[in-house]
Every structure is written in C-alpha cells, then in structure tokens.
Design a protein around this ligand. Structure first.
Ligand SMILES: Nc1ncnc2c1ncn2[C@@H]1O[C@H](COP(=O)(O)OP(=O)(O)OP(=O)(O)O)[C@@H](O)[C@H]1O
Length: 257
C-alpha cells in the first residue's frame, strides 16, 4: 500500500447537499466522518449519489452548506490545496483518449504536487495492477482497464479523502475483489473513503458505514447491516431482500425472489 499522507483529519458535512440547476437534490445532510471511515453511498438510480460525491470534491457540481476537512472549508480552498486533500475517481472515466496511462496517472501526482512524481506514478500504476498498460493510450483501453487506470490516477494523487464513483462497475470478479480490499486498506491507513455503490453486497463487505439516499430526499446513515436491513431497502428500492452470510463470513444481499 502507498504510504498515506500525514494530515488525516475528520470530514464534517454540515447541512450539506448537491444542487443541480437551482434544485437541491436531497434534504440537508449533516455527517461527521472520522479518519478510517469507509462510507458507501447507496440508493436508486438518479437519487443523487454521483452529484453528492462531485459536490464534496467540488468537481463541477454546486453545493449548499459546508464540507470541512478538519478546520479547512473544502469550498474555500485553492485548487492545488483541494487536490492535496480530496481525489475523485469519477464514473464516466472521461480523459483525453490520446493520453498514455502513465501520463494520466501523472496528472494525479502533479495535481497534488507530489515531491517525487515519477516514483509516485510508478507506485500507483503497480498498485492498481496496470503496469502492463502504462504506455497504452487511454482511448484504446477497455472499460475495466480505464477504471483501473483512473484508480491509479487517484492513488497517485495520494489524498486523505478518496472519493470513488462506482469503482467496481466495470470490473471482473478478481478486480472487484482487489478494489474491495483496496477500499478497506485505504481506510485502515486512516484515510476517509467515500464510494457510491450499487452492489449492496460490496457495501456490506467493504464499508464501515453506509449512507442510503431515499428518492424522497431523506437519508439514513449507520452500520451497513442496519442501514441495509430489509425494511429500509424495500422502502428505497421496492425489493424484498435478505442478507445471507457465507461460511467464510462474507455477507451477500440478495433479492428474495
Ligand atoms: N449534468 C447534469 N445536469 C443536470 N442534471 C443532472 C446532470 N447529471 C445528473 N443530473 C440529474 O441529477 C439527479 C441526480 O443524478 P446523479 O447522477 O447524481 O444520480 P445517481 O444517484 O448517481 O444516479 P445513478 O445511480 O443512475 O448513477 C438526476 O435527476 C439526474 O437526472
């Protein structure tokens, strides 16, 4: 694992939310995330998960309320300082297709002003398992390969807050498992990981806490097994579910029929 930065502090959202057009997407959210928290954000399509992530990262989505890292208001930070605090692995994987993977990952290291960018890039590429793709142009990669390249970019940025938008959506079983382990590992280092997740079993196994966004605007946060209990899941998704536990202790949330 790439060593974590020194400044690990809580993230505090106060009456916070994302705005699209002039409309607030959810009720105001107040949440304190301690270092080491791996927060899964779940909820139906279009409920505002990606918008909330982008609003916290101040990446192209307006917000109201306050998001503070320790005593620093994320909204008031200069771009370079913000890039040292928070990284975003976005869902659409947008990047110029001519960029080589090593250059894309270099953007992550450059954005946060890493002292030894070449070493940071090599370490991040190796950690994300894309060394064999380092010289390939981004536009020639498969969907899953792009997702892993974006993961490497975020690792190279090496921030105390790591935001991931559906980080396993294009990945095969082995890479899903690797990313799940990485999410837990980043949390164990004391970073704050916030991930929008559709795979509720992943949320159960990877996260220390879950935030469920309801279509009506309300939200519920707490331990994964509580928030993803059958009643709340039914209220949000309209599907009856049960949490099963495998003999090895993994939890699987499955529809009842
Ligand atoms: N670029 C945009 N401009 C205007 N509205 C947008 C834009 N992107 C998303 N929206 C709207 O904002 C709302 C929240 O979308 P968002 O992508 O945050 O939801 P989501 O929960 O991440 O959805 P999904 O699970 O489908 O990825 C939706 O009503 C969507 O139509």
């Amino acid at each position: 694992m790439i060593p974590a930065p020194d400044d690990l502090r809580p993230l505090e959202l106060t009456e916070f939310g994302a705005i699209r057009g002039s409309v607030a997407l959810s009720d105001p959210l107040s949440l304190r995330l301690e270092p080491g928290t791996v927060l899964g954000i779940v909820g139906p399509n279009g409920v505002g998960k990606s918008s909330l992530l982008a609003a916290i990262a101040h990446s192209g989505v307006a917000s109201y309320g306050r998001a503070a890292f320790g005593d620093e208001d994320l909204g008031g930070l200069r771009a370079k300082r913000r890039a040292q605090v928070v990284s975003l692995m976005a869902q659409d994987h947008g990047a110029p297709g001519e960029l080589r993977v090593s250059e894309l990952v270099g953007v992550g290291a450059w954005a946060s002003g890493r002292a030894h960018p070449a070493e940071a890039v090599a370490a991040a590429i190796a950690r994300a398992g894309v060394s064999h793709l380092a010289d390939r142009r981004y536009g020639t990669l498969s969907g899953g390969q792009r997702q892993l390249a974006q993961l490497a970019r975020v690792l190279a940025q090496n921030t105390p807050i790591v935001i991931m938008d559906e980080p396993t959506s294009a990945l095969d079983l082995a890479h899903q498992r690797a990313v799940e382990q990485m999410m837990r590992g980043l949390g164990n280092q004391g970073r704050i990981v916030i991930a929008a997740i559709h795979d509720l079993s992943l949320a159960l196994n990877a996260c220390t806490r879950v935030l469920l966004l309801d279509p009506g605007g309300a939200s519920h946060s707490g331990p994964p097994q509580d928030v993803l209990g059958p009643d709340r899941v039914f209220a949000a998704y309209g599907v009856r579910t049960t949490i099963h536990t495998t003999p090895q202790g993994r939890r699987i949330l499955a529809a009842d029929d």
